[in-house]
Design a protein around this ligand. Structure first.
Ligand code: NAD
Length: 527
């Protein structure tokens, strides 16, 4: 196992319970050491054994945002028992009424957009412009899901027999376990929780341990919007201690996970054994491919945003730049100049372009790949953490570009999840498309060209869930399906209309009013 594997470093020694009065809500107090709680069975509560973990600001690690419950199996058991009660109530609530709760959640998110965005930037580092977008994606998802409460269509289909009706409708499934990562602390939970709720399911939510505050604000908003308390349960904590028991719980028939491919494989094994319905959204190694006929300005803007936005910590981040050899030198000279001009800093500051990485382990991981780049390629810019005194000890890393990367090498195929761009050159569309497809992941790809044939070949031949033409690898919209192929996903999609299939069971109904036994495939055929 590589030294940086697993960003989640669970402290060896249990943190000491803090003897404070339990808070009554998930809200932060004025005090910097505010203690937050789980939301279980309609109450804000501590972890059963009173343990906590710290949540710190990656831009200024001495900024302690709060202490959060370090939950375990007992907390998960209680949350699932509550969600089972919630399911019985919620499943019989008419879907349009369920949709109205989500409409109000969208309204509240809109009203609190700036506050939530600031909280998200403070705990995970990306710039405010991006956390505002993150919250907006949650708002868009809320409004889409709200109207789905008045659709949730089934089919009415002609029967092959006389005097017989055939139709389908959607039934809710039960308690859904939602396990989410740190990089989109609002959008990703809403992609899962809103569709699950409008379909009539209840939820146990285990957010990324680096972003518990945004999760607490989200649950607060759902409750304020009128969601009955047992329908949503929030369990904070580490993956192995709180996530694993949720996945293994026999009363949780649905698991939706977004995170690394390694964790997804573990969860997939458990869900396969227990016959659970599982949606996996995992890693990526996304490429931007630039042909000589493209607008260079557009392609430069696209790769700068795709590679260094969210400090490279997007599942759809541009991790590979595939340049046609005829334009490579000129393009890289310009790109390096622009990358050097990016301003690193606290995401809450208006003049910051690139915020910190999520934690120290992410810095170590990016550094190990930069070192590999120095050995095997040509580091054109960056390559080191930024430790200047004015950076307040934040987890900053220079935007890094490594040229001369060989197709198939580790820098060309492994997900880095940091601000490091690997550059590979190609001589033809065939070669570029083959390089794009050689990785184990298949989330997003981007092609810059003005040639219509190259564009349509790319749409057909690139093995990705999403392909952009003349736009960067990032930029998904909430009303379209989102997901990847190969080791990025397991065939399901979030967002858009497809996700509602995942959160509902299709019931097929036949009504025979002929008054006699009719045998399909037999009585209506003369043998
Ligand atoms: P991660 O896999 O470390 O953690 C994700 C979540 O899983 C966290 O809540 C964590 O606590 C939990 N977890 C960890 N081990 C677990 C276990 N054994 N059982 C149950 N839960 C467990 O991922 P991360 O570092 O938070 O996020 C980065 C990864 O997420 C990257 O690989 C990125 O590509 C991926 N990601 C994918 C998408 C997508 O839609 N495809 C979107 C965002 C992020």
């Amino acid at each position: 196992m590589l030294p940086w594997r697993g960003n989640r470093r669970i402290p060896e020694v249990a943190s000491v319970p803090v003897p404070t009065q339990p808070a009554q809500t998930g809200k932060p107090a004025e005090s910097m050491s505010q203690r937050f709680q789980n939301f279980i069975a309609g109450q804000w509560v501590d972890a059963a054994d009173g343990r906590t973990f710290e949540n710190r600001n990656p831009a200024r690690p001495d900024d302690l945002i709060g202490l959060f419950p370090r939950s375990g199996g007992l907390d998960v058991d209680r949350a699932v028992a509550s969600a089972k009660r919630g399911f019985e109530l919620w499943r019989s609530t008419p879907a349009p009424e369920r949709g109205m709760v989500l409409k109000r959640a969208g309204d509240l998110l809109t009203a609190r957009k700036e506050e939530v965005a600031r909280a998200a930037t403070r705990e995970m580092g990306k710039v405010l412009l991006e956390t505002r977008g993150d919250v907006q994606e949650g708002i868009d998802t809320a409004y889409y899901a709200a109207t789905e409460g008045r659709r949730l269509f089934g089919h009415t289909v002609p029967s092959e027999l006389r005097d017989k009706w055939a139709m389908t409708y959607r039934r809710p499934i039960g308690v859904c376990g939602m396990i989410t990562p740190f990089n989109f602390p609002m959008a990703i939970p809403t992609w899962k929780i809103f569709p699950a709720l409008v379909c009539g399911n209840s939820v146990v939510f285990k957010p990324g341990e680096d972003v518990p505050h945004t999760a607490a604000l989200f649950v607060e908003i759902l409750l304020e919007a009128g969601l009955p308390p047992d329908v949503i349960n929030l369990v904070h904590g580490y993956g192995e201690e709180a996530g694993k028991p949720l996945v293994e719980h026999p009363d949780v028939p649905v698991i939706s996970f977004t995170g690394s491919t390694e964790t997804g494989a573990l969860i997939g094994a458990t869900c396969g054994r227990m016959h659970k319905r599982l949606s996996l959204e995992m890693g990526g190694k996304n490429a931007q491919i630039v042909f000589p006929d493209a607008s260079m300005e557009l392609a430069l803007e696209g790769v700068l945003w795709g590679a260094f936005g969210t400090t490279g910590q997007r599942c759809t981040a541009t991790s590979r730049l595939l340049l046609h050899r005829d334009i490579a030198d000129e393009f890289l000279t310009e790109l390096v100049g622009r990358a050097r001009g990016l301003r690193l800093g606290d995401g809450l500051s208006d003049d910051t372009d690139v915020g910190p990485l999520i934690n120290e382990a992410a810095v170590e991981k990016t550094l190990s790949y930069a070192a590999l780049g120095a050995e095997t390629g040509d580091v054109l810019t960056g390559g080191a953490p930024v430790t200047a005194a004015e950076m307040s000890g934040g987890y900053y890393f220079e935007p890094t570009i490594v040229a001369g990367v060989a197709p198939g090498s580790r820098l060309a195929v492994e997900e880095i999840f940091g601000p490091l761009l690997s550059v590979i050159t190609f001589a033809s569309a065939d070669e570029a498309f083959a390089i794009n497809n050689e990785v184990q992941y298949g989330l997003s790809s981007s092609v810059y060209t003005t040639d219509v044939r190259t564009s349509f070949r790319a749409l057909a031949e690139l093995d990705n869930g999403i392909t952009y033409i003349n736009a960067p690898t990032i930029g998904a919209e909430a009303h379209l399906p989102f997901g990847g192929v190969k080791m990025t996903g397991n065939g399901h999609r979030e967002g858009g209309w497809e996700v509602y299939d995942f959160y509902s069971e299709t019931k097929v109904c036949y009504v025979d009013y002929s008054g006699r036994l009719q045998r399909a495939q037999i009585d209506n055929y003369d043998d």
